[in-house]
Design a protein around this ligand. Structure first.
Ligand code: FAD
Ligand code: NAP
Length: 541
């Protein structure tokens, strides 16, 4: 059957491309379905002005092929979306991937056929395809929040409105217009300074201020790039063992035990260096101890007050409702400076939220009306579970993933869900996922899954799934490790707080990638402990 595969992969982002390459190399017939017209996932969809990476380019790239990493030349410290998209297109061409990717094709349903031990996968062109294995490379941050679900009246608005994910690729013309940006997370923080340069007037509608650290972007130093390439294989090997999937000096001292003047000097050095990693990894106690955390939080607030001229605006920009780092800090270029511009105003919609959109703009709860020509929504994603829930995904006995995860997502190692045999969730709930460089997280997941599939083939196994017991134990461990940190204290997408009605709980394993990799390797070495196999399901082909 031409339409029957060893594996179907959903998504052609970083995870889908590497899954295709690896599974093909291991001799599995593999078909990828991708909703977009091109490869890149995140870097295909997020074409808003200012979109760029917050992990350094020489790290935020594949390590599986030395030829690839030697030949690609990065031009910036934090590459912009177009450069990352170009890189991923280069990868797709270099490894001849496109022949096994069906673009503009959305998977709408995937049902596990218990009799035949195969997945029946339905795409939006009405075709049904079958495969033994289903690799969900559908993205952790790919299901965008629809503003029509968060807000009333958007259909009444007579101006233009856009979402940052799926932003028109030809760009939009802000010039001279009264523009509003809703949302001040990583996306809003990147977009706002650029929109401000062009707009007639920019109004930022902020619900929760973010901790924004300076990016200090710069062109790539050719000598630095050459030196890195000379030691790339050792560097990548080390990255795999590190908590954040990037070789860095790990913290050894506690902030609270350090002399106050040393603390300020060290914090200042991190600020001057730019990037998220230095401040997050300076001390051992910043993400676990409230007092230590408050020192860093106050350091950032002081920076905001020193940059922003209007004290009232500065106050509104100071985050004080959650600990520093418990949500991903944002990387900005001239973000706080932007609020000193005459054509920029900040409106807090925290106490006085958006009531409804109107023909001319927006009405806040207190009745205040603001008029705009254009609104851009940077309101985030139904992260981690959204892309899975968007598919009619059914495992054993027709159980849907929504039913299985009604009280919160459950997956052994964040990878395998009980009752969903032969399905692999890449960077799923309960894995380290975005808490590490995603390339390192993804390569680890795909390699582990590929080894599992080879093992199954060699042993003639038809199905694999997590045991309920192993899954419960893993998720309890994820929660326990998380509870020892400050991560659960923030209303973030990490805990599902950004989507109304979503079950609340930390969905990321905060112990770090090195520890996580060790656990996954040990599970495999023990003959896939916690995982159940079937060799001969009734009627299996
Ligand atoms: P995605 O890139 O999300 O790809 C998933 C693909 O699956 C998409 O193309 C989507 O169209 C497709 N898909 C989903 N559902 C279906 C379906 N039903 N049928 C068919 N196709 C489907 N991480 C970092 O580590 N560092 C960063 O600097 C960084 N910056 C980011 C910036 C932005 C703006 C965003 C949104 C995320 C960022 N991330 C970053 C996280 C980023 O998502 C990952 O680094 C990485 O790109 C994820 O790759 P992926 O292949 O797992 O998923
Ligand atoms: P986000 O972090 O979830 O931020 C969304 C913003 O929209 C928040 O300020 C949020 O306020 C606001 N918002 C949401 N719903 C709202 C509503 N109904 N009314 C008013 N405000 C509302 O989403 P994001 O900025 O797209 O970033 C998501 C993740 O993508 C990041 O954490 C990061 O992992 C990744 N990313 C990385 C980069 C990078 O630097 N490389 C860039 C972009 C994205 P509340 O906080 O109050 O909910």
């Amino acid at each position: 059957m031409a339409d029957d595969f060893d594996a179907i992969v959903v998504g052609a982002g970083i995870a889908g491309l590497y899954s295709l390459h690896t599974l093909r190399e291991r001799g599995f017939s593999t078909q990828v379905f991708e909703a977009g017209e091109g490869v890149g996932g995140t870097w295909y969809w997020n074409t808003y002005p200012g979109c760029r990476v917050d992990v350094e380019s020489l790290e935020y790239s594949y390590g599986f092929s030395d030829e690839l990493q030697q030949e690609w030349e990065w031009t910036e410290r934090w590459p912009g979306q177009p450069e990352v998209e170009r890189y991923l297109n280069h990868v797709a061409d270099r490894f001849d991937m496109r022949r096994d990717i069906k673009f503009s094709t959305r998977v709408v349903a995937a049902h596990f056929d218990e009799e035949r031990a195969r997945w029946n996968v339905t795409t939006d062109d009405g075709q049904v395809h079958t495969a033994q294995h289903l690799v969900m490379a559908s993205g952790t941050i790919s299901a965008t929040k629809d503003p029509r679900q968060d807000f009333k009246g958007l259909d009444e608005f007579k101006g233009e409105w856009y979402m940052t994910s799926g932003f028109p690729t030809e760009g939009v013309d802000f010039s001279g217009k009264r523009v509003a940006v809703v949302g001040t997370g990583s996306t809003g923080v990147q977009l706002i300074p650029i929109a401000a340069e062009q707009a007639g007037h920019l109004t930022v509608l902020q619900r929760t201020p973010a901790f924004t650290l300076p990016a200090k972007n710069r062109p790539m130093d050719p000598e630095f790039q050459t030196a890195m390439k000379a030691r790339y294989p050792e560097h990548r090997a080390l990255a795999k063992t590190m908590p954040f999937g990037v070789p860095i000096e790990l913290p050894t001292i506690s902030l609270l035990a350090d002399e106050p003047e040393n603390v300020q000097r060290r914090l200042e050095a991190c600020w001057q260096e730019g990037g998220v990693a230095p401040l997050m990894n300076l001390y051992t106690d910043v993400l676990v101890d409230e007092k230590a955390n408050e020192v860093v939080a106050e350091f950032v607030r002081e920076k905001i007050r020193s940059i922003v001229d209007d004290p009232q605006v500065a106050d509104l920009l100071c985050p004080n409702t959650y600990p520093f780092g418990a949500k991903r800090p944002c990387l900005g270029t001239d973000y706080y400076e932007t609020f000193n511009r005459d054509n920029v105003s900040l409106v807090s919609v925290r106490e006085n939220p958006i009531d409804t959109f109107t023909e001319k703009g927006v009405r806040l709860r207190d009745g205040q009306e603001l008029e705009f020509d254009m609104i851009v929504f940077a309101i985030g994603f139904d992260a981690i579970t959204g892309a899975l829930n968007n598919i009619d995904l059914r495992g054993r006995a027709g159980m849907t993933i929504k039913e299985a995860w009604a009280n919160g997502p459950n997956a052994y190692l964040g990878l395998l869900a009980a009752d969903f045999p032969n399905m692999y969730i890449l960077t799923g709930p309960g894995s380290v996922s975005v808490l590490a460089n995603m390339y390192t997280s993804i390569e680890q997941h795909v390699d582990w899954v590929a080894d599992l599939l080879v093992d199954m083939r060699e042993r003639g196994r038809a199905t694999v799934e997590a045991s309920h017991e192993a899954q419960e134990k893993w998720m309890a461990h994820v929660a326990e490790v998380g509870d020892a940190t400050l991560f659960p204290r923030a209303d973030s997408w990490y805990v599902g707080a950004n989507v109304e009605g979503k079950p609340r709980g930390l969905m990321l394993y905060v112990a770090g990638l090195g520890v996580y990799r060790g656990i996954c390797d040990e599970v495999a070495a023990k003959g896939y402990e916690g995982i159940e196999f079937q060799s001969d399901p009734v009627g299996a082909v």
